[in-house]
Design a binder for this molecule. Structure first.
Ligand SMILES: [Zn+2]
Length: 210
């Protein structure tokens, strides 16, 4: 499995490009910005994008989705519980002092338990609300990888002070959906460095006592 992580945009959102070596198909997760670089990575590996997955509707994760969709024709997957947040894109752009990006139409709701296939590799959708109501994580069992969006970070958890945030709920999501994954699971958070489930279990201060 090809996997490139590209930090994109002013908030350096970790955009993941996954590519299947056999079918040459790709899934792009969180194309927040810098779509030219994302397309360059896709082309460099000779891939065709078959799905665009949004972990949650914050502008730094979804901002480039329409550009990427226009360039590739790939459908966009996002959990419907972030629909209200997605409609606030002009407000979100105001938080960052930037112009709102082109709006994107969601083609498929990414529900808890949904499975996306990339060649023979399965991507399992885990609904992990708390950072936002529609936050999802992607669990790739055969790769032992988790794309965590802004739910779990190395040494931290996602902020819950923005609209739709809930500090109890994010801890419940992490405890019930993420901590049961194997300790060696490689975690790719929405920002910053990678980690593992085992490492966060041991050292993440925010997860003590849950
Ligand atoms: Zn976020």
């Amino acid at each position: 499995m090809i996997h490139e992580v590209l930090p994109v945009g002013i908030l350096q959102c970790n955009c993941s490009v996954f590519g299947d070596e056999q079918s040459r198909e790709a899934i792009v997760v969180d194309p927040g910005d810098d779509i030219a670089r994302v397309l360059e990575a896709v082309a460099r590996h000779g891939l065709t994008v078959k799905a665009i997955v949004i972990t949650h509707a914050h502008i730094d994760h979804i901002g480039g989705a329409q550009k990427l969709k226009l360039a590739t024709g790939a459908p966009v997957y996002m959990n419907r519980n972030d629909a209200a947040l997605q409609k606030m894109m002009d407000v979100q752009a105001g938080w960052l002092g930037m112009r709102p990006p082109a709006a994107v139409e969601i083609d498929s709701e990414a529900k808890d338990g949904d499975v996306l296939a990339l060649g023979t590799t399965e991507f399992h959708v885990l609904h992990t609300p708390g950072h936002t109501q529609g936050s999802i994580s992607l669990w790739i069992p055969s790769e032992r990888k988790l794309v965590a969006g802004d739910t779990l970070f190395r040494d931290s958890v996602g902020r819950t002070d923005l609209p739709g945030g809930d500090s109890r709920q994010i801890l419940r999501s992490i405890h019930e959906k993420l901590m049961p994954l194997p300790d060696e699971t490689l975690v790719f958070p929405g920002h910053g460095a990678n980690t593992t489930i085992g490492r966060e279990k041991q050292f993440n201060y925010f997860l003590r006592g849950i």
